[in-house]
Design a protein around this ligand. Structure first.
Ligand SMILES: Nc1ncnc2c1ncn2[C@@H]1O[C@H](COP(=O)(O)OP(=O)(O)O)[C@@H](O)[C@H]1O
Ligand SMILES: [Mg+2]
Length: 354
């Protein structure tokens, strides 16, 4: 006779591919139901954007193969995103935000915002609650790239972040009129970040993506000190200079104890809009080289392509307008990889209070 104990015993031998423990010990098996020879259970993933779902499915079925009396298996999927680093200010002002992911670049124009919005939309499409905070004081382009016009509404004394493509959006651009020259000083940045936490009705957010200003100066440093960043990603282009930029980026995050999740190479190669043929315009691989030299993961390469630019101009990121496109096929796995890396960090780290 099929029984729950036999199922648990079998699943105790099934290792989660990245977390280094079995599914039962990790408390990932929920709602076991047995009806005759049919078993139904839920696997509670550490992120809805789990890149290893198929592998876990396969391992469960293999692990259960020998269980007596078992003929049919139905696996359901759930997820619960763990909380990353936090700080007292965050706990008090925006306790619903679980993980902050900083997207940075050494210089402007490398596609930092383009990558940030596509990552945010990709994570939301997987079922995560996602917010994006446009902290680029020099060029707050997130609302435009997400297709948001107008200002956030107010409710109960808080700003309600407008939503687009399933993502809650807040921007420095909402705080200052278009024609104001943006000369920001430390205390202003401090005030603005506090306002973004305290005065915004974020609600529950699994991943808050921050579009940082380009560079590695004081503005970037103070944002990373004020926000409890779970991990950072650096966006580069293939040119040689990127290596130096990435080095500076790494040094900055080390200074504030933020783990670098990896490097993304944008505009890596040309993808022909007519035939999808790939052409390496620059000597491609700068981002990968930088990752190897700095001993951080290389998260992936994104092609330079008209659809990506048009998506930004039209306010519909390519992963939303065309999730099956070759461009999205590069961007979506990067988003999943980032979510998985955060899950591993949160699993291994005791909660990092900064
Ligand atoms: N992979 C890409 N393919 C085509 N155009 C891109 C790509 N990445 C960015 N762009 C375009 O390059 C310009 C700069 O990108 P943006 O994301 O604003 O850079 P940053 O935020 O680093 O300043 C934008 O017009 C954007 O649409
Ligand atoms: Mg930008």
């Amino acid at each position: 006779m099929l029984n729950e104990q036999a199922v648990l015993d079998a699943l105790k031998n099934v290792q989660e591919p990245e977390l280094g423990k079995d599914l039962v010990t990790l408390n990932m098996i929920k709602d076991i139901e047995i009806e005759g020879d049919k078993l139904t259970f839920t696997v509670q993933l550490t992120t809805p954007a789990c890149p290893l779902k198929d592998e876990i499915d396969k391992r469960c079925r293999e692990g259960l193969a020998g269980v007596e009396g078992l003929n049919q298996i139905e696996i359901k999927w759930g997820s619960s995103v763990a909380r990353g680093a936090t700080n007292p200010q965050m706990e008090e002002m925006a306790p619903g935000i679980k993980n902050v992911i900083a997207v940075s670049s050494g210089k402007g124009g490398v596609g930092k915002t383009t990558v940030a919005v596509n990552l945010a939309v990709a994570l939301a499409r997987e079922g995560a609650s996602v917010g994006i905070l446009d902290a680029d004081i020099y060029g707050p382009n997130v609302p435009k790239m997400m297709g948001i016009t107008g200002q956030p509404q107010s409710e109960d004394g808080k700003m309600v972040p407008p939503e687009a493509h399933g993502v809650k959006v807040m921007s420095m651009g909402f705080l200052v009129p278009d024609d104001t020259p943006l000369v920001w000083r430390g205390p202003m940045i401090h005030g603005a970040i506090q306002q973004f936490l305290k005065d915004v009705a974020w609600g529950e957010v699994d991943y808050l993506i921050i579009d940082l200003p380009p560079g590695t100066g004081d503005a970037q440093l103070s944002i990373c000190q004020l926000m409890p960043v779970t991990g950072a990603v650096i966006v580069t282009t293939p040119q040689e200079v990127s290596l130096l930029d990435s080095k500076r980026g790494l040094a900055m995050f080390q200074k504030v104890n933020v783990p670098l999740l990896g490097i993304i190479e944008n505009m890596s190669y040309f993808l022909c809009p007519h035939c999808d043929e790939r052409t390496d315009i620059f000597s491609t691989g700068g981002g990968e080289k930088a990752a190897v030299t700095l001993d951080v993961p290389f998260l992936g390469a994104v092609p330079i392509n008209t659809a990506i630019r048009e998506g930004g101009d039209a306010g519909v990121p390519v992963v939303a307008s065309n999730p099956e496109s070759p461009q999205s096929e590069q961007l979506i796995p990067i988003a999943r990889d980032i979510a998985a890396k955060i899950a591993v960090r949160n699993q291994n780290n005791v909660l990092r209070v900064i």
